[in-house]
Write a protein that binds this ligand. Structure first.
Ligand code: H79
Length: 428
C-alpha cells in the first residue's frame, strides 16, 4: 500500500468499531414469502425463494419506510461507540437505496420517493460519524449481465444465468460504475466503499473500480472484497473472528443475530457480553469490528439490537481508551484470563476470566509505572520483577478477590515507552 493510503487509513485504524446496516426492499418480506418462512439470510430471499423479477419488483411498490429517521440511526451508532457507518447502497438484489439515474431505486420505484442516503449523509456529518457505502459490484440479480442474474428459462422457472464476460463488462460500465460514481459525488466525503463477493470480476476490473473510487475521492478507502487483493485493507470472512496473529489492516463483518437483512422471526440475538467479548477479541488482533443491524421495512432498527448496542456503548464509555486507537497485543500468544491491546505508553489487560489469585503477566519488558482499573479509576497494587542477566520478567497484579463488575474489566498498565515483550516464550 502506498504511504498516501496509509494516511487515509489513520481514521479507520483509530475507529476500531463500526456499524453495518443491511437495509433494502428485502426487509418488506422480512424472511417470509407466500406464507412460508424462507431459511438463511434475509437479504437473499429473492434467490432462496426463487422470486421472479417482476414479482420482486412489486415489493418496491409497497416499500414505504415512513418511520425512517436518519438522526436516530446515527445517534444509535454514536451511543454504541461506533465511529463509522456502512450502509447497503445496493445489495445483490440490484435495488439501489439511493437516488440513481438507473430507475430501479428507492426514489423512483417506491411510494417513499425520498433518498435516505442524503439524510444519513447530513446526520453523519453533524454527529462526526464517517458515512460509508456497501455496494455489490459483481452480483446483481436484477440487471442483465450482473453475476447471478435471474432469467426466465424455457418454462421451468427462474434461474440464475451463467455469466458471459461481455455482458458482465457491459453491466459494469452501464450500471455498477455509474452508480459508484453517484455514491461518491452526491453525498460529500465518503469513508470507504465496501465492495462484496467479487465472484466473476477480473483483476483488471477490480483495479478499475478501485481507481474509479480513488479518482473521485482520493481518501475514500476500498474494501478488500473488491477482489484480487487490490483493496486498501482486508476483510475477514462473514462472522469470522481472528484467532492467530493478524498482519496488516483487517476488518471483520459480523451479525448481531443470524441474518444481515431483517427477518421478523430471527431472535437469535448475541448478548451484550458476547458482543463486547467479540469487539475485544478483534481489537486484540488489531482488527476492526463491523457489527450489523437490519432495520425493518418501516425504517426502524429493531429494539433488541438497540438495547444491546446501548450496553456495548455503556461499556465503551468507561473502557473506550482500551479500544480506540489501540494496536494488537504485543504478546505472541493469547491468555486464558483474557485479551490485550496496547498503544504507546499503555498496555490494556481485558480480563474475561477473573483470576482466582494474583494475575501474573510474564514477558513485559517495559517498566510499569501504574496499574489502574479503567472503570472507576481504581489503582491496583502490583510488583514487577526481572531475573538479572536474563530476559525473564514478571508483573504481578493483586486484584480484588471479587470481580468488581460482571462484564469485562479492563486494567490499564501505564508503562515507559513503546510496549515490548520478551523474546523468551511467554508463560500463559
Ligand atoms: O451482505 C452479507 C451477505 O449477504 C453477503 N456478505 C455479507 C456481508 C454474502 N454474499 N454472499 N455470501 C455472503 C455467501 C453466502 C452464502 C449463503 Fe446461501 C447465502 C449461504 C446462505 C445464504 C447461497 C444461498 C448458499 C446457500 C444459500
Amino acid at each position: 500500500m502506498s504511504e498516501e493510503k496509509s494516511d487515509a487509513l489513520a481514521w479507520w485504524r483509530e475507529a476500531r468499531f463500526g456499524m453495518f446496516i443491511h437495509w433494502g426492499i428485502y426487509a418488506q418480506p422480512a424472511g417470509e414469502w407466500k406464507g412460508e418462512r424462507i431459511p438463511s439470510l434475509g437479504e437473499w430471499i429473492m434467490r432462496n425463494a426463487k422470486i421472479p423479477i417482476p414479482e420482486y419488483e412489486k415489493i418496491a411498490e409497497q416499500f414505504n419506510p415512513v418511520k425512517f429517521d436518519a438522526e436516530e440511526w446515527v445517534s444509535i451508532a454514536k451511543d454504541a461507540g461506533m465511529k463509522y457507518l456502512v450502509i447497503t447502497a445496493k445489495h445483490h438484489d440490484g435495488f439501489a437505496m439511493f437516488k440513481s439515474a438507473h430507475p430501479y431505486n428507492i426514489v423512483d420505484a417506491t411510494p417513499y420517493g425520498k433518498d435516505p442516503m442524503a439524510d444519513l449523509a447530513a446526520a453523519c456529518q453533524k454527529a462526526g460519524i464517517r458515512l460509508c457505502f456497501y455496494y455489490s459490484q459483481a452480483q446483481d440479480w436484477h440487471a442483465p449481465g450482473g453475476a447471478g442474474h435471474w432469467e426466465e428459462d424455457d418454462g421451468s422457472g427462474w434461474t440464475q444465468q451463467p455469466v458471459e464476460p461481455e455482458r458482465f463488462t457491459r453491466y459494469l460500465e452501464e450500471k455498477a460504475k455509474p452508480q459508484v460514481r453517484e455514491l461518491l459525488t452526491q453525498y460529500g466525503p465518503i469513508g470507504l466503499i465496501w465492495f462484496d463477493t467479487p465472484v466473476v470480476i477480473t483483476k483488471e476490473q477490480s483495479i478499475e473500480l478501485r481507481d474509479l473510487v480513488h479518482s473521485l475521492q482520493p481518501d475514500c478507502l476500498v474494501s478488500g472484497r473488491v477482489g484480487h487483493g487490490v483493496g486498501d485493507y482486508g476483510s475477514l470472512g462473514d462472522n469470522q473472528h481472528p484467532d492467530g496473529a493478524v498482519e496488516g489492516d483487517w476488518e471483520t463483518p459480523c451479525t448481531i443475530n443470524d441474518t444481515w437483512g431483517y427477518k421478523f422471526y430471527d431472535d437469535n440475538w448475541k448478548s451484550p457480553e458476547d458482543l463486547i467479548r467479540l469487539l475485544v477479541k478483534c481489537a486484540a488482533k488489531g482488527v476492526n469490528y463491523l457489527l450489523n443491524v437490519g432495520p425493518t421495512a418501516e425504517g426502524v432498527i429493531p429494539e433488541p439490537s438497540v438495547e444491546r448496542l446501548k450496553a456495548v456503548g455503556q461499556w465503551l464509555k468507561f473502557n473506550g481508551e482500551a479500544i480506540y486507537g489501540t494496536r494488537a497485543t504485543p504478546f505472541p500468544c493469547d491468555f486464558d484470563w483474557g485479551r490485550v491491546t496496547c498503544k504507546s505508553g499503555r498496555v490494556y489487560l481485558h480480563i474475561m476470566n477473573w483470576p482466582e489469585e494474583t494475575l501474573r503477566i510474564a514477558g513485559l519488558r517495559n517498566r510499569v509505572l501504574r496499574a489502574l482499573m479503567l472503570a472507576g479509576s481504581v489503582s491496583v497494587p502490583f510488583s514487577q520483577s526481572h531475573e538479572p542477566g536474563s530476559d525473564s520478567r514478571m508483573v504481578e497484579l493483586n486484584l480484588p478477590a471479587e470481580q468488581p463488575d460482571p462484564g469485562i474489566v479492563v486494567l490499564a498498565l501505564n508503562i515507559e515507552g513503546e510496549p515490548e515483550v520478551s523474546s523468551l516464550p511467554v508463560e500463559k
